[in-house]
Design a protein around this ligand. Structure first.
Ligand code: DGJ
Length: 724
């Protein structure tokens, strides 16, 4: 609910459990409060504007001494604000000072669309949007700050539209999407890592000065995820305050946190300004991608579930979102580049015998690709490996009652490819400079429509020809020498954002052309795991690290923001191909069950007993996957020895608990695993024994000791139905 008091210049944004206050003071909009839902009476004192010494204090006779301490809803550079800013626009006279003053507001029942960008949608849910108009007369710039509230959620979607209403072009140097202010002691949580070690949780105190994470490599990146949380030092999984920002964008981003001299902390998120500029002609608009703001007063668990529900209901559009996903076998870890049609059909037959639903042919089916040195861009069947053609292979797969999935890396071009020989200028490069290769490949200039059309057409042809049900969209290098001949010299820094718009456009076109197509996004594992990608695909390959113990940590970190149901998770072979660890076959399945579930190993090498184990694992998947898709997720335990999590169905009558023993410890105390999300007075049944929900949550579930490292247990409890 949005309440506006025009006279007082107060905007109250109420979600289910939170309140955000925005207030106009002397023509500037501040955010004096964002936190737990409360009732208000006196409001005069909220945005403090008391004069500070040693600060610019008058502008054309007007009091502005509060600028450097004011909690600006959209901070700009100029007029005495010396903290990090969300907005900088270079004007005709070469300066970038601005003074964005409030000139009005509107509210909408329909959420306004953000053109060409992924964004939250409002299906089956009432929403309200508040737009605040901030204006700088000299620059002729209007900033429209938009907040959308969803009746079923505590998440607020924020974005900004910048309009040039002046006579001359302005150059946007910074157009971040969101800013929030918090007071008091805070800790910052970020998800960091690298390839095969994505999204490990870091929690650190917020101290004076600026701390930022971000990416300038063209993807949201393996290194930092476009998500941050601020929490109180005392916040745990089950109690305390937590605020979050998650970016609905997959390219370069900045998240920065600044604690100022007055102990206020400003958190901002948006496109990374270092690799961005945008020329805004007179009469034109620029749209910043959306940020999802989140507040929980009930710990990080509730905070994550807020995001999970929101992402499932308002970001992932795919019709597969709440459907049981096909269990697939992927050829990558099964045979890498070493396959032909005979081997693929053997894999398909074994997959069928195990009870799987889909064969995904990963890297290597196209051009003359035998390893990673060639053929990206030549999306035609590799006749050496599949001489009968993809249409034939598709038919063979379908005759077996399986579906076919194909891997693509649409954004890339190999120097050794027909495409490169024909269009060497399609690769991103700076003329007269060397061309940096990554994994022997270059990036296609997707800012250019003719290149996007070529990629779309070549993918569409093969998807159509072989009746492809699923594609894995991969992206295996960072972008260097960013430059395009399609833009004049002074607009070269528009490249990165235009590139991202190009990627989104192709995915959108594919989904429009093939409404039943399922896309799984991937970027060298989890290098682009973000809400932008989830708008196009219901699942993202979580990491190239498929070791069960490492994956349990990666999946747990990822779950801070993203729902498990969107995590691509496969059972793979041992010793693990990334870290060489051996884990129990069942543990690998237990970890993969907390995601989309599939296999990535050479089924033909398995012994009969292992095939039977797979059949058992598939039974577990079919019995419990509804909990992963529709249930609520609880992180129960994470330390050097154990990780435990739990899914609970929406009715709180069923729960699935997973305990992973990373490594064993001698003479461990008897473990009582404290569960969450149950009905305290109901009886839950396990192996003929009954426990009350209260008992399971306060005393815990007795867990038999596990033997060895990389082993696990799964517990499924249901409510004991009373007769009558
Ligand atoms: C990186 C992906 O993450 C892997 O799963 C696999 O598809 C390879 N690329 C193929 O080159």
């Amino acid at each position: 609910m949005i309440k506006i008091d025009d006279k007082k210049g107060i905007f109250l944004l109420y979600t289910k459990h939170s309140l955000m206050i925005l207030q106009v003071i002397d023509g500037f909009v501040g955010m004096p409060y964002y936190g737990e839902k409360i009732r208000l009476a006196e409001t005069e004192y909220l945005c403090r504007t008391n004069v500070r010494p040693f600060t610019p204090d008058k502008l054309s006779g007007e009091e502005i001494s509060f600028q450097n301490t004011f909690p600006h809803a959209y901070p700009f550079y100029g007029c005495g604000n010396f903290r990090e800013t969300a907005f900088r626009a270079e004007q005709e006279n070469g300066t970038d000072t601005c003074c964005l003053r409030y000139i009005g507001c509107s509210t909408f029942k329909e959420k306004p669309k953000i053109p060409h960008l992924p964004q939250s949608f409002t299906k089956n849910c009432n929403t309200e949007t508040l737009i605040l108009y901030l204006h700088d007369e000299q620059a002729g710039v209007l900033a429209e700050i938009s907040y959308t509230l969803f009746q079923d959620s505590d998440v607020i979607a924020q974005s900004v539209k910048i309009q040039n209403q002046g006579e001359y072009p302005v150059m946007l140097r910074r157009a971040l999407s969101s800013c929030m202010y918090l007071e008091g002691d805070l800790e910052l949580i970020t998800l960091n890592g690298t390839w095969a070690r994505e999204r490990y949780i870091q929690r650190e105190p917020v101290t004076y000065g600026v701390k930022s994470i971000g990416s300038i490599n063209g993807t949201s990146s393996h290194v930092h995820n476009p998500f941050i949380a601020a929490v109180r030092p005392e916040t745990t999984e089950t109690q305390g305050e937590a605020w979050g920002m998650a970016f609905v964008y997959s390219g370069n981003f900045l998240a920065c946190v600044e604690k100022d001299s007055q102990d206020k902390t400003q958190l901002m998120m948006g496109i990374h300004p270092e690799t961005f500029c945008w020329e805004l002609d007179s009469g034109k608009s620029f749209y910043s991608p959306e940020v999802l703001l989140n507040y929980s007063s009930r710990g990080l668990g509730r905070f994550s579930r807020n995001y999970h529900d929101f992402i499932r209901n308002h970001i992932i559009r795919s019709k597969y979102q709440y459907q049981e996903r096909p269990v697939l076998v992927n050829s990558w870890e099964a045979c890498y580049f070493d396959f032909d049609s005979e081997k693929l059909l053997c894999l398909a037959d074994t997959a069928l015998a195990c009870g799987m639903d889909m064969l995904v042919i990963d890297d290597g089916w196209f051009g003359h690709r035998e390893d990673d040195t060639s053929s990206l861009g030549d999306w035609v069947v590799n006749e050496e490996k599949i001489p009968e053609g993809m249409e034939w292979l598709g038919e063979q797969i379908q005759e077996r009652n399986l579906k076919l999935g194909l891997w693509f890396e649409p954004e890339m071009i190999s120097p050794d490819s027909d495409l490169f020989r024909k269009h060497p200028d399609w690769a991103v490069r700076i003329p007269d400079r060397g061309m940096t290769l990554g994994r022997n490949q270059c990036v296609l200039d997707l800012t250019r429509p003719e290149i996007r059309s070529y990629i779309f057409r070549s993918m569409a042809d093969i998807i159509h020809e072989a009746d492809v049900a699923y594609i894995k969209w991969d992206m295996n290098r960072q972008i260097t020498e960013a430059s395009t001949p399609s833009l004049p010299v002074h607009r070269q820094k528009e490249f990165f954002h235009r590139y991202m718009l190009g990627v989104y456009e192709i995915q959108e076109r594919l989904l429009k052309t093939f409404p039943d197509l399922m896309i799984e996004n991937c970027a060298g594992g989890g290098g682009r795991f973000d809400c932008g990608m989830l708008y196009y695909s219901p699942q993202i390959w979580c990491s190239d690290n498929t070791d069960a113990c490492a994956r349990a940590e990666i999946q747990l970190g990822t779950s801070l923001c993203y729902p498990p149901s969107c995590m691509g998770t496969h059972v793979s072979a041992c010793p693990n191909h990334i870290i060489g660890r051996n884990t129990d076959f069942m543990t690998r399945a237990h970890v993969a069950l907390a995601g989309t579930f599939g296999y990535e190993l050479n089924l033909m090498r398995l012994k009969q007993a292992e095939i039977q184990q797979i059949q058992e694992q598939l039974k577990l998947y079919h019995a419990y996957s509804h909990l992963t898709r529709e249930g609520s997720f609880y992180r129960l335990l994470q330390n050097a020895y154990h990780i435990a999590w739990q899914f609970v169905n929406p009715e709180h009558t069923e729960t699935l608990v997973t305990l992973i023993q990373l490594r064993n410890k001698a003479f461990q105390p008897q473990m009582h695993l404290k569960l969450q999300g149950l009905i305290p007075d109901s009886l839950y049944k396990l192996d003929g024994k009954c426990y009350t929900g209260g008992q399971l949550m306060k005393i815990g579930l007795p867990v038999p000791p596990l033997w060895g490292d990389g082993v696990s247990s799964l517990f499924y409890l249901t409510i004991e139905m009373t007769e009558g």
